[in-house]
Ligand binder design. Structure first.
Ligand code: NA7
Length: 544
């Protein structure tokens, strides 16, 4: 085993999004030699890449931001309840400047491989230029939605006009005036794009394969006084997030859908519908997530809202999901999305009844029609969750490939460790707390920092999850998923991406139990002094 001082770093962090930013902050506090390698030209991760028009939070800005620094909480003011991408990117930059984090970050450096070296008990990381880095620990902060996918439609590369995937939007302003624009997709991203582009576009054609249950965001600007009030409530906001199932500040209703008379239920849903953000989903009756009957009732409530907002009844019906219930996929939040279809210059094409045959040099050909476009926007999603990991050639002990380890779906310990991948921890890996992402990120990064500190203090240079701990946690994650309607539906959350041949089968990619339960188990591991990992500890006092 090599001494730490003979390695380039104590800790290498891959990615400079929220996870990477906070992980670096924690490693600095420990005084470790740390480097962040980031593919993008700056910090921000998701908020660096997704510059498409209309990109913004669906979580309240003040429940999404970091909670770890009182100074940042005191100094940063959000200008809207749900901040836009440019503001969020500025926030990430602000945090990095505040703690001088960029000094240990290397941008434009895409990691292509990370191989565990059995002889030196360290990691050898390679970037796309062939540059190599050695480190005792690797912390992956690579997000769950960054490996974007284009549609598997013939001719995508033949198109000669302007074409963008939303996750690779150019930094400079894109003009839609007088242009004929196509958007493919109607997920959370497409919905944000469509409602924004429809404001200035010449003509917009939306190609929809599957409609989504979408609800009003109800965004509004925040005055200084309002922001001051929110600031005084930060402890309460973070406490609520900590107590809630998915780390949001909304408190779920403990009653069943069927505890109320139809009239009272309707009145309750009307009240919820008037609230901001995810409250309509997260503060709803829990059984809409587990009971088909309860789910059908709320789905019909939302369907009627759509019918009331879209003038053309045929278009309204095409926009209402018929094959999956409310909340069984990630619910997009919208602002006058449905009203966009009342504009004479916005058209909806139902790809189910009129399939796209190909992209041509000048547009898109469907079964029934040939369209000419000046621009095509692909809002066609990601090789989500595991895709971020399989994009890098991760190899553990004896050269085992992460791809092979996860061929039947992810298997992890607490979503933090993978069997045979010692000294590697994942922040926001599969099987970690899910929902309001920064809350999970802060907890996981802090858990990892405490673990590395433990290793340092005891001279531990080799630590990884035992097979049994991985089997137990994975079984627990699968048990938590039982009975949830969302697992019976194809979506990125169940690991399905119809554009990728290897992603046609559903998997359990997320921990779907309560976040407090997750943290309780993770804290028990700390209290047990990480004995769940102890079988594989190798204490060699080589930190020197
Ligand atoms: P999503 O939610 O995966 O949505 C992708 C959309 O693109 C969805 O409507 C797809 O239809 C559609 N799509 C993908 N491929 C095709 C092809 N080949 N033809 C037609 N339509 C297609 O990705 P988003 O970026 O919107 O959101 C991902 C998450 O990012 C979001 O949930 C937030 O958490 C942030 P389908 O439903 O597959 O029929």
């Amino acid at each position: 085993c090599q001494k730490n001082k003979d390695l380039d770093y104590d800790v290498l962090i891959i990615g400079a999004g929220l996870s990477g930013i906070y992980s670096l902050y924690r490693m600095r506090q420990l005084g470790l030699r740390t480097k962040v390698l980031e593919a993008g030209g700056g910090v921000g991760g998701t908020w660096y890449w997704n510059r498409y028009p209309g990109a913004r939070f669906d979580s309240e800005s003040y429940s999404y931001n970091f909670s770890f620094s009182q100074e940042v909480l005191d100094e940063w003011n959000w200008s809207e309840h749900f901040a836009s991408q440019p503001e969020t990117l500025r926030y990430c930059e602000f945090v990095c400047d505040k703690f001088d984090l960029r000094r240990d970050m290397q941008f434009d450096t895409r990691v292509t491989a990370a191989h565990f070296q059995d002889d030196t008990k360290s990691w050898l990381v390679t970037d796309e230029n062939g540059q190599k880095y050695t480190s005792r620990f690797v912390v992956t902060c690579i997000g769950i939605l960054n490996n974007y996918t284009l549609p598997n439609i013939p001719g995508v590369l033949d198109y000669k006009g302007e074409a963008f995937h939303t996750a690779r939007w150019p930094a400079e302003q894109v003009d839609f005036t007088n242009k004929r624009v196509a958007v493919i997709g109607t997920g959370a991203t497409a919905i944000q794009v469509i409602q924004e582009v429809s404001k200035t576009v010449g003509h917009l054609t939306v190609f929809q394969r599957t409609p989504n249950w979408s609800l009003p965001l109800r965004n509004a600007p925040l005055t200084t006084e309002e922001m001051d009030k929110i600031r005084s409530r930060y402890p309460e906001i973070f406490r609520k997030c900590a107590e809630s199932w998915h780390c949001f500040m909304h408190v779920p209703d403990k009653r069943s859908t069927f505890d109320l008379s139809p009239e009272d239920r309707e009145a309750f849903w009307e009240e919820l519908y008037a609230q901001r953000g995810f409250a309509k989903w997260m503060s709803n009756f829990g059984d809409i997530n587990t009971s088909k009957e309860a789910n059908a009732l709320f789905s019909e409530f939302v369907a009627n809202k759509i019918r009331g907002r879209v003038h053309d009844p045929v278009t309204a019906e095409i926009l209402i999901p018929k094959c999956h219930g409310f909340g069984t996929k990630r619910v997009p939040m919208e602002t006058r999305y449905f009203e966009a279809y009342n504009q004479p210059n916005v058209r909806l094409v139902d790809v189910k009844s009129n399939p796209i045959e190909c992209v041509t040099e000048s547009g898109i050909r469907t079964k029934d029609e040939a369209f000419e476009f000046d621009m095509i926007v692909y809002a066609t999603g990601f090789d989500a969750v595991t895709g971020s990991f399989t994009a890098i050639d991760f190899r553990g002990v004896d050269g085992v490939k992460l791809k092979d380890r996860w061929s039947e779906g992810p298997r992890t310990f607490l979503g933090l460790f993978v069997e045979s991948f010692p000294n590697m921890m994942m922040v926001m890996g599969p099987h970690q707390m899910f929902g309001n992402i920064p809350r999970s990120v802060e907890y996981a990064a802090s858990w990892v920092a405490r673990f590395i500190e433990f290793c340092r203090d005891r001279g531990i240079t080799f630590a990884g999850a035992t097979r049994q701990s991985v089997l137990d946690w994975t079984e627990h994650v699968h048990t938590c998923a039982v009975g949830l309607l969302a697992n019976d539906v194809d979506s990125w959350m169940t690991g399905v991406n119809k554009n990728l041949a290897h992603k046609q089968k559903r998997i359990i990619a997320r921990y779907q139990g309560p976040a407090p339960g997750y943290r309780k188990r993770a804290e028990e591991v700390v209290t047990r002094e990480y004995r769940d990992l102890a079988e594989r500890f190798l204490v060699q006092d080589e930190w020197g």
